[in-house]
Ligand binder design. Structure first.
Ligand SMILES: [Zn+2]
Ligand SMILES: [Zn+2]
Ligand SMILES: [Zn+2]
Length: 89
């Protein structure tokens, strides 16, 4: 039996939205990014896997923070890196 939603996504009650539309790591090194994701554990906004530095997935692994939302305007979804599962909101 497979659950529809993973326990990480189920645990999210209120969404953390981006404070700024920048990758907080890329701006330190003047790197570029494609899209932005906001960590739902600590609220940091970082770049997606299509970006050269892939800061959001590195952060998920290193910090153990499983869930991000898309920080792109108009996109309304969450992603769990552990279960590789998406949910809309
Ligand atoms: Zn999960
Ligand atoms: Zn980045
Ligand atoms: Zn985090």
């Amino acid at each position: 039996m497979e659950d529809d939603v993973c326990k990480h996504l189920e645990a999210i009650k209120t969404l953390k939205h981006p404070k700024d539309y920048v990758c907080e790591e890329c701006i330190k090194t003047h790197d570029e990014w494609m899209h932005l994701r906001t960590c739902q554990t600590c609220g940091v906004t970082l770049c997606c896997d299509s970006s050269p530095n892939q800061h959001a997935s590195k952060h998920a692994k290193e910090a153990g923070h499983p869930v991000v939302i898309s920080a792109e305007p108009g996109e309304r979804w969450l992603w769990c890196y552990v279960d590789e599962m998406m949910a809309e909101y």
